[in-house]
Design a protein around this ligand. Sequence first.
Ligand code: 5GP
Length: 237
Amino acid sequence: MEKQSQLYAGKAKTIFLTDDPDRLIVEFRNDTSAGDGAKIEQFDRKGMINNKFTAFIMEKLDAAGIPTHHEALLSDTEALVRRLEMIPLECVVRNIASGSICRRLGVEDGLELNPPTFEFFLKNDPLHDPMVNEYHALTFGWATQAEMDEMKARTFAANEVLSKLFADAGMILVDFKLEFGKHNGKLYLGDEFSPDGCRLWDAETRKILDKDRFRKDLGGVIEAYEEVAHRLGVRLD
Ligand code: 5GP
């Protein structure tokens, strides 16, 4: 597989074309951003951790029947993935209230959500990723009803698999964000799954083990990511 020119550079990952039109290379960088890119910092080892973490989680999801774009780890910071046409919607499931839902709805941080709730957000940094509903998506052509139904079902299925995986390692999966795309008419999970895009708390102490450590200036960001990886058995070296 030959790495070719850069296709796109996001806030934490760079995407490269390959000599296979159906395959891309994702490079995970050390950049960490918050506030839609308003705050950016580099953390040593973060690209490597998120690359290996994402590969580990995507392999678990694939094995559970939730198809992902992941194909192979290529290096510490690079992975080979299936090329997808991304749907510009973020799918968020919440098991416990934290973050934007508390600000928007005035609910208490830490409130258990039964049943877990689901939200779509539009991927749009200048607009600060606004929450949108299914009528918006249909009207503006971001996704079809069938695509949204499938994304919701897959996101809830991933919640079942991953909540148990993290619970078995002494953590609570508070919430997470997934992004999907299409390849030859089939839906796949794309993007990444790492502590950058989910909330994870220690089950006993509720210590924050995810990107909220960076967002809230709590320190120990990489130490927390490494602890999560270690608890799950993700091999980092
Ligand atoms: P909230 O809506 O509370 O800000 O985020 C809900 C969940 O989705 C959190 O786990 C958060 O990390 C994730 N999330 C939402 N939007 C983004 C985003 O643009 N980038 C990343 N990395 N995660 C996001």
